[in-house]
Structure formats: structure tokens, C-alpha cells
Design a binder for this molecule. Sequence first.
Ligand SMILES: CC(C)(COP(=O)(O)OP(=O)(O)OC[C@H]1O[C@@H](n2cnc3c(N)ncnc32)[C@H](O)[C@@H]1OP(=O)(O)O)[C@@H](O)C(=O)NCCC(=O)NCCS
Length: 171
Amino acid sequence: MIIIRPETSDDFAGIYEVNKLAFGQEGEAQLVDAIRRSDNFNPELSLVAIQDEKIVGHLLFSDIIIQTENKDVPALALAPLAVHPEFQNQGIGSQLIQQGLKDCQRLGHKIVVVVGHPNYYTRFGFSPARAKGLEAPFPVPDEAFMVLELAPAALEGITGMVKYPPAFDDV
Ligand SMILES: CC(C)(COP(=O)(O)OP(=O)(O)OC[C@H]1O[C@@H](n2cnc3c(N)ncnc32)[C@H](O)[C@@H]1OP(=O)(O)O)[C@@H](O)C(=O)NCCC(=O)NCCS
């Protein structure tokens, strides 16, 4: 039985730990802490997966913008997603994403960008972002740079560069 819920301050250490264990390094755990301290943080969109009162997964959506010729369009970055190594391949990552995307939609967000494995994220509706007119600020293969529209035609008429906050620079 998995419970998915927004983080509380009691979860900070457990979130750090699950990111560190999932990625085998501290960069993503530090990224979460840095985003939490930034203006780009949405507390309702930092989700933990709990099993037997233990944090077994974590997912964060934070504010980014798409810079177009005449305006900045708000969007969310899905990153990072981490599942404790002993609990992977049991559907926990999928539950975090599905619940998270519903929460994003409920809160009025319209566009979600992810850089990740295409086989994984396409199952949740993500598709290549360059084909939809977006560009990444760093080198990334076409198929790994993906976007999801949470509202119909959210990307219609939008062409531009995705801009990540400085917290992402070190990861
Ligand atoms: C990627 C990750 C979040 C997936 O979570 P999970 O709970 O294990 O995944 P689920 O059980 O929901 O889904 C399992 C599927 O994901 C695939 N998968 C697992 N890890 C993957 C990875 N790193 N890249 C691509 N696919 C992956 C599995 O092959 C499986 O595919 P199948 O359904 O076709 O058999 C988790 O494995 C993890 O934390 N990995 C280390 C950190 C990481 O790479 N995060 C992703 C950053 S984009």
C-alpha cells in the first residue's frame, strides 16, 4: 500500500536520502534542497511516496519558463524523480507521476517539460519537445527532451527556449 502526498518539513532528510540512493550520488538530492530554497518551488508539487511510514520515492515539479520572442510562458520541470533502489520496478515511479500530473493540472499548470528516458515518459503522454517548437538550453537528444500539454493546445503558437533556474546548473 503506497501513499502519495505532498512533502512536509519532517520529510526533508528522507527526501535527500531517497534521491541520493536512487541516483548513487548527491547532485539530485542537493538540487531538491536548492529548489526548495528558491522562488521556483511549489510545496504542493514535491511529492513523497510512503510505504510502511518510510519514504520510498520522491518527485518534484518546479517552475520554469519558456522564453518566446515576445513573452515568457510559465511551465513546470519534472525533475528529479527518484525511487529507492529496493523498491524500483514496482510501479511507485508511475504512481508518483500519475498523481503528480493530476495535481499539476488541478493547480492550473498547463505545460510540463522533462529530460529523461523516452521509453519511460512517453507512457504518461510526454512527446518530443523539439517537434512542438521548444528548444533546450543544453545539448540533449531529441527523444530525451520531452513535453506534455495538460490543457488542450497549451503549446499552440509557442516557440522558444526552455529556461531552467540557476539551481539546475550544477546537476
Ligand atoms: C526511473 C525510476 C524513477 C522509475 O521508477 P520505478 O518505480 O522503478 O518505475 P515503475 O515501476 O513505475 O516502472 C518500471 C518501468 O520503468 C523502467 N525503468 C526503470 N528505470 C528506468 C530508467 N532509469 N530509464 C528508463 N526506464 C526505466 C523499467 O524498465 C520498467 O519498464 P517496464 O514497465 O516496461 O517493465 C527509478 O527506477 C529510479 O529512481 N531510478 C534511478 C533514478 C533515475 O534514473 N531517475 C529518473 C531520472 S529521469
